[in-house]
Design a protein around this ligand. Sequence first.
Ligand code: ARJ
Length: 419
Amino acid sequence: MTNDYQVKDIGLAAEGKKQLDWAEAHMPVLRLLRERVAKEKPLSGQRIAGCLHVTKETGILVRTLAAAGAELAWSGCNPLSTQDEVAAALAAEGFRIYAWHGMGTREFYECIDRTLEIRPTLTLDDGADLIFRIHDKRPDLIPGVLGGSEETTTGVHRLRAMAKAGALRYPIVAVNDSETKWDFDNVYGTGQSSIDGILRATSVLLAGKTFVVAGYGHCGRGCAMRARGMGSNVLVTEVKATAALKAALEGFGVATMDEAAKVGDIFITATGMRDVITGRHFAAMKDGAIVCNTGHYDVEVAIKELEKLAKGKREIRPNCEEYEMGDGRRIYVLAQGRLVNLAAAEGHPSEVMDMSFANQLRAMILLAKEGRTMARAVHVLPEEIDQEIAGHKLVSMGLALDSLTKEQIAYRDAYSEGT
Ligand code: ARJ
């Protein structure tokens, strides 16, 4: 490992080490897997370029990949999500880290380019910016890349589109599509961390407020569930009939955004789509409305349209900008419309990232072993890996499973027995 890095302040390393210690204490699955990979070194000889939020949980993934034998170079995947003290701690441990909170767009891509100096054999991505950067600007590196992984829903959609267009030039494992990622991280992680981000940025009471959730996918479902848990009256907006129906049968209100804009107190977008909240919605909102996004990219809230409508703005609290409208109404936007859970809080709790990152580790090991022969497509990890990861998590929680008897297995596999 080398001491090449670019972080906000290396002097924060001691503080970051405490954050890493805290995360490690709450990530028993990665601790268990690290013991195994430290012996087997399945990533020996591999060079991994990572582009994923530099948080205390990611720090434990980085350490685990290194324990497996990999050389690493890492950048953040969002200009506002890096925890500077964690970046400093990882740099002080000798990792190539290129990330700091509040970087500009040009710096964001410069940091990705720095990670490419190790000529990666594997890429680990969240939002597909790294994979796209290699395809777009550094195709010379592609012959040396065995494969890559993708953390999040939006990134997987982008890569499936690349594959469909025949533009994807190395195999991808969609970590997001593992059940032990999407059904826990996207639901329980996003639900809790988005509320966390809203509360840290505003400190408002959620009970009794009308809380509008745009998008009832796994992330939106988690947000709706946790907002209701805090006493909010939840309204869901959707474009997909089955999702809206699920929300309605779950007891949430369902409305169009045009209707919700008039009555909502707090708005969160979780759709993966652009322009979900736009100028006409801002024009209809109540005085004091709070707007934020928990989708990966900052395209869901049309900030530029709000800028045109407002006569002024100020940062009234960290991660909370007050826009004063022409008629005197004030509208508050959190984290500049970027993912509020990571920009205004610390992202998902360590306990769910423990499973998401166990999938990342397994994806890297699979690609190191088989990437050369895998199709240039988007793959999903085998279902048995989900059961293995969930099994480790259950054991760490002191919980046990039943097992099928021989007779039950025979019954399951037979077809002759009927009523
Ligand atoms: C690192 C995190 C954290 C965290 O798995 C989540 C997802 O799908 C990404 C969308 O950008 C963010 C990622 N995520 C959530 N919380 N990554 N550390 N604590």
